[in-house]
Design a protein around this ligand. Sequence first.
Ligand code: SF4
Length: 220
Amino acid sequence: MARVTGVSWTRSTFNPWIGCTKAGPGCDRCYAEAQDARFYHGAHWGPGAPRMLTSDRYWMHPLRWNREALKSDEFWPVFCASQADVFDNEVPEEWRNRLWELIKATPALTWQLVTKRIGNVPTMLPADWGRGYGNVWLIATVVNQKEALRDIPKLKSLSAVVRGLSVEPMLDRMDLLVPDLRHENRLIDGIDWVIVGGESRQGAASARSFELSWGQSLLD
Ligand code: SF4
């Protein structure tokens, strides 16, 4: 929840709420779940667990970043969310609506909405989304070839000024040059931005393996 984050591909992180349910193998060693277990006894994780809206004061931060970005004219990306999923179907719709209002009130920020639930997005976008808000990137997380084949075509069916992929943690080799049968092109066509990385170590567990050649092949 930081103004300046250690995540190399963004500048700030914002969590409109905290809590989630695991949605695939990429979630197996979720850092945010471990944080919730440590600070809240795991009260906000899993099916049926109430999510926790962050404070009004915290919600003021993006408005301040927006003012600073306007003054400095700097590119100011905001990663949303690192401890939740914007398109979690267990979140009250009014919370998401409040987030859309905040995003519209901060046009100098670039909102990077990262989700493991790209299939939920079409029914959760705001009514005035149109071709996509000018300051929102839609980013789907895919961690292996099976998820890439399933989820990238869904992402490409959505309108957004930038459509991106988060391949983190990358769990296997991935080929994005294979056909996308839904769009009659290749999986990578229509994707504007890709980040890739391996898994971090969590507690006593060792990280799952990542081969540099997997990342290199994506880059190539
Ligand atoms: S979607 Fe993200 S926050 Fe939710 S369980 Fe998976 S890794 Fe954790």
